[in-house]
Design a protein around this ligand. Structure first.
Ligand code: SF4
Ligand code: SF4
Length: 444
């Protein structure tokens, strides 16, 4: 089978401090949970409970406030203690409800009751997905209600692309999820496919994890939307929408020249990850919101890195403790991959896991490489790895040393999608991508 990729740049990223792809470990239920009112890209939800209220597992406790917002549900039964706020590394403040675990669970430990979705119309499926507060469980966490609104104007056929691309070892939680919940991912793909009127589902899977793709495709045969498996490279940033689309268009061109059954044109691509699709399935089949998610906990400062199944709202300090604690003083705590995640402000171990937290890292100074910045040695490594064909060195020097404005220097800033490949290879440790992305946003 052919393996598809993007034409230039990229890196093969390995990190021995990421957790191994072993079976997931169920994390302890948190005695105190913190449920943020913003777990997505838009405005915060309106709290429906306050200090002293009792809540049930899965109960609606925060009401979405228009586009960009999603409902928030209690992930454990208990009592609301108070509202808290905390600062995040970007300078933003988040607010959340602190819940003390108390009472019995409605779903945990009970046999699963299965509801049928097959007879529902697309609009009814969409409504149910919105009711359960489902968001994209990666990136900024776009609410799926916003996605449905944006698709209303698409006139081309739509292909749902199930992104199982493991170009970063810190995506191991998605990999373990695909292995442990392949049937749920395939069913969720079919549900979302029907809700969005897609004509075709493509499982885009890293070639080295072909077994995962074969299993997903086999599970997809139970549903009526045609599905295919496309193997793609594991070269970072293969999972970026731009690079993934380049690989899939190459597949489409090659497929058009081959004999065999004619597959529909790919049309417009709707890319979703396996965690989101499993959550869609749980909303429709179990009538439950996102209560937990798979999280990769690791880094050089963590004694026993592992993939954990974690209740949303669990404090990150509790997870590090369950992984055996620290080997030494972490210099940096990161939510997400060290390549693209965000720093936790002042290493605040009370920050909670949210719907988009796929990885959590604690890094020793030797892993962060310190902060010493040297002069550019003109090695050209940044140019060699840029998948877009930019010259990060020239863009960076123009910005930082010559204080050129974006329009004076180059119109190409906007093409940078912030993959961070240039930062990773720069021996002088320049924050090339941050400067370029900020310039594109007009923040320089
Ligand atoms: S961060 Fe931007 S400039 Fe750097 S390699 Fe990626 S796309 Fe190119
Ligand atoms: S990788 Fe760093 S040191 Fe090398 S040319 Fe680019 S900016 Fe200069």
């Amino acid at each position: 089978m052919n393996v598809y990729s993007f034409p230039q740049g990229g890196i093969h990223f390995t990190d021995p401090t990421a957790p191994p792809p072993a079976e997931s470990v169920v994390a302890f239920l948190p005695v105190l949970s913190v449920l943020p009112l913003v777990q997505h890209s838009g405005s915060k939800a309106l709290p429906l409970v306050s200090g002293g209220s009792s809540v049930r597992e899965g109960m609606l406790i925060g009401l979405a406030q228009g586009p960009g917002s999603a409902h928030i549900h209690a992930t454990v039964p208990g009592q609301v203690l108070r509202m808290v706020s905390w600062k995040m590394a970007e300078g933003l403040t988040n607010e959340g409800l602190v819940i003390r675990l108390k009472g019995s669970f409605e779903q945990l430990g009970k046999p699963e009751e299965r509801f049928s979705w097959e007879g529902l119309e697309p609009k009814e499926l969409q409504q149910c997905i919105v009711e359960y507060g489902i968001v994209e469980m990666e990136g900024p966490g776009r609410p799926l209600g916003d996605l449905f609104a944006s698709l209303a104007t698409v006139s081309q056929p739509i292909t749902l692309v199930v992104r199982c691309v493991f170009d970063d070892p810190w995506l191991v939680a998605d990999y373990v999820l695909c292995r442990e919940r392949a049937a749920a991912v395939a069913e969720g793909s079919s549900i979302l496919g029907r809700a969005c009127g897609v004509s075709h589902i493509v499982y885009a899977v890293s070639a080295q994890e072909k077994d995962v793709g074969t299993r997903l495709l086999a599970e997809a045969q139970a549903y009526d939307i045609p599905a295919s498996l496309v193997l793609v490279s594991s070269r970072y940033p293969q999972r970026n929408p731009r690079e993934l689309e380049l690989a899939l268009r190459a597949y489409e061109r090659r497929r058009g020249k081959q004999d065999g059954p004619v597959e529909p044109a790919l049309g417009s691509l709707l890319i979703q990850g396996p965690a989101t699709l499993a959550a869609v399935r749980d909303a429709l089949v179990l009538h439950r919101p996102i209560l937990d998610r798979y999280v990769a906990v690791g880094g050089s400062a963590v004694k026993k890195p592992q993939v954990m199944k974690v209740r949303i709202g669990t404090r990150i300090g509790d997870l590090f403790a369950e992984c055996g604690g620290f080997t030494g003083e972490p210099q940096r705590i990161i939510l997400g991959s060290p390549l693209s995640g965000r720093r936790v402000f002042e290493k605040n171990l009370d920050e909670p896991v949210i719907k988009t937290s796929y990885a959590l890292g604690a890094l020793l100074a030797k892993q962060t490489g310190g902060t010493v910045v040297r002069s550019c040695i003109g090695c050209g490594s940044c140019r060699a790895v840029c998948p877009v064909g930019l010259d990060p060195e020239a863009l960076f020097k123009g910005l930082v040393f010559f204080k050129q404005k974006q329009e004076q220097h180059s119109a190409r800033f906007g093409e940078c999608h912030g993959c961070g490949c240039c930062d990773l290879v720069c021996p002088s440790r320049f924050s090339l991508s941050t400067a370029i992305v900020n310039a594109a946003l007009g923040e320089h």
